[in-house]
Design a binder for this molecule. Sequence first.
Ligand SMILES: [Zn+2]
Length: 413
Amino acid sequence: MISNYYKNKLKGGIMAEKIYEKDQYQNEFTANIIDITTEEGKYHVKLDKTYFYPEGGGQPSDQGKINGLNVEHVYKKDGNIFHVLDEKPTKIKDIKCNIDWQRRYDFMQQHTGQHLLSAVLKNEYDLNTVGFSLSESNLRIDLDKQLSFQQLKQIEEKTNQYIYKAINVEILYPDQTALKELNLRKEPAVDQNIRVIKIGNIDFSPCGGTHLKNTAELGMIKIIDVENYKGGVRLEFVCGKRALKDYDLKNEICLQLRDILSVPEEEILKEVKRYQRVINTHKDRLSTLEKELMGYKAEALKKSAERVNKILVVKKLWTEFSYDNVQVVANILCNQANIICIFAHKQKETARLLIARSDNVKAIDANEVINEPLKCIKGRGGGNKLKAQGGGSQVDNILDAFDLAYQMIKEQL
Ligand SMILES: [Zn+2]
């Protein structure tokens, strides 16, 4: 229960003080709960002051604990900040609050890195950041124009040099006159109490998010992917500990490849390309040999086939070769006179039926015959008078389909 004392204070229009905007490094604090509302089984808690960052400006919300209870999400609504909890807090006054610092600091690194990178892009090549996205696993910006590979390398180099220089990142609250003096990188989203993030003399950007105190805390920035996007480009990058984690992963892959391929790291790519060429050569050879083998298979099948009214009925259930090969055999046989093929092909999840005939076996319409047998395997397909095929999911019934096709053809010949 919320005490009347706090309810009355609330009626007086008290709002949570956004102290996270002033001290971004505070991850533990004590506060009072001033209201709790229930929505869809969750408890939306208002505090008299909070260091929890509510989702906004492209930065995800903080998580953490309020009186030991999990804070899943924090959001802003009508000037209030709500902390979403799974359980209802029983204590109201002097509540201990903890912010998940690993998560918050990661967002601070990525977000500050974005300011710095966007500033260098603007200052060096007049490229505007028109999109920004930050999540637990992804950080990217969209630029309004294209840039070359050389320019990108230069940008990355310059951004990292600003990190080495350990430049202070400050928060300014300029009045309207001072604001006009500042060379803002973008227009502010609000018109009052404008908060400007200043990185030395490199960048002045209005922003309500959480940032580092100094560029040195970024460690490093690495652009990891680039793609063309809406006439400009989309850059994916990593900062701080994420960059280290990314390096760790790529180093692990490199070391394993080095051991598997038994070549020094710098020759891995060359070696993989060599393997690719070898595999392609083998694939071509295998395909030629398979075609040859299918010729022999066709002849062998002919020898053991049954003759019905002068027509050779060649039937086989295939399990070991690809369906492409089965089609090759059907083509080889049906290019000769007086042959009809009934082939079934069975794999783990798909069963196929193929009916094909020589041009002169006019008594059979393959497209007409195939419909009923296909029903046995819940299959669909079609073709023409000479050749029809289809596949279905009832793999275990393929023999029924096969037998039915054989009976139907035998009766029609
Ligand atoms: Zn920001």
